[in-house]
Design a protein around this ligand. Structure first.
Ligand code: PNS
Length: 162
């Protein structure tokens, strides 16, 4: 049974994240979305909201071999507790590369047997980020196609009255 961890803040979960999750679930027996609890980024959406968004979006896509588990502390230790053999990350553009390389190298140093695997984000999502969704939504702009459709209204309403 090959399990991987797809870690992140997911504030909020975008269609780009969903694309990576779906493709990861086609490769691994199980994908655990590792939702970071105490991010230095101070998330706008609560842990419970973020978890609900991910679960609803994945279920609407008919994905069954996933779970969402929040974690604190080191990612490699969380991965070990979950029995995962790999970390999964999406790569959008060269701008992501340096940060991702640093994290992958550091995680490899901490736990050499844990591989980091990257999926290139599908081109239609290469411009997309959680920050851009928050910015557009805060100004009342249309976020259709940017977040999973099942979550769109809830996210839009939250963003506009923040
Ligand atoms: O997609 P994000 O929000 O940039 O994800 C960042 C995340 C959660 C992967 C990273 O911050 C992380 O792994 N945090 C846990 C603490 C840790 O292990 N840090 C060392 C990473 S080298």
């Amino acid at each position: 049974m090959k399990t991987c961890i797809y870690p992140g803040t997911f504030d909020p979960f975008t269609t780009g994240h969903l694309d990576v999750l779906k493709r990861g679930c086609a490769i691994f027996d199980k994908v655990i979305v590792g939702l970071l609890k105490n991010s230095s980024k101070t998330p706008m959406f609560s842990l419970q909201e973020r978890e609900n968004f991910i679960r609803k979006a994945a279920q609407a896509e008919g994905i069954t071999n996933f779970d969402v588990i929040s974690f604190d502390g080191l990612l490699v230790e969380f991965a070990e507790r979950q029995g995962a053999s790999a970390l999964l990350r999406g790569l959008r553009a060269v701008t992501d590369f340096e940060y991702e390389l640093q994290m992958a190298a550091m995680n490899k140093k901490l736990k050499p047997e844990l591989e980091t695997m990257f999926l290139m984000t599908s081109t239609q999502y290469s411009f997309l980020s959680s920050s851009i969704v928050k910015e557009i939504g805060a100004y009342g702009g249309c976020i259709k196609g940017l977040v999973p459709e099942v979550n769109r209204l809830e996210i839009a309403e939250r963003l506009v009255r923040q």
